[in-house]
Design a protein around this ligand. Sequence first.
Ligand code: C5P
Length: 201
Amino acid sequence: MSFTVAIDGPAAAGKGTISRAVAAHFGFAHLDTGLLYRAVGARMLDGLDPVEAARTLDPEALERSDLRAPEVAQAASKVAAIPDVRAALVDFQRAFAMRAGGAVLDGRDIGTVICPEAPAKLFVTASDTVRAERRFRELTDKGVETSLEEVLTEMRERDARDSARAAAPLRPAQDAVILDTSRLSIDDAVAAAIETIRTRQ
Ligand code: C5P
């Protein structure tokens, strides 16, 4: 039997960490849908047409080592505003959501567009300064040279683009539970997410 958990929210709110922990807890498969847009963005930076890149995306493209780079994040949010790019990625995401044994998908439009019928939906958020600090630490831990100010500016730019676009803008589904992780430890945020999902099973 399939059971879909939709986890949406802005950049660096904790979606990835929470999604992985939730998937491990329930034994569900996990898809980070941001990687799809990052892979298309990376191929656009390589010189490919983004719609063509989305239509011919293969799973190996999700393994590229440069997908977490800040310039790829910006390219991802640019290609993500193109309706034909989004359309090309729908079937793959829906098939993943329907797999037997349960699935967690995290992104921006999972609860609103990809899986509007998902029984469990979370919208994970946090203040933009908290999110920038988390992303800054993540990047510096990986050896990326940047400043907190630069991270905050890029994140605000990306959130604004994701929220303002006409195609599947970033917003909580009407039936999503809002989880603000600004003042929560990772463990507390994960526990709150698990509790919400458990009550939907
Ligand atoms: O989640 P992540 O930061 O990796 O996503 C990169 C970009 O991909 C986002 O800024 C957004 O523009 C796009 N995205 C999207 N819909 C999703 C997941 C990601 O538009 N479901």
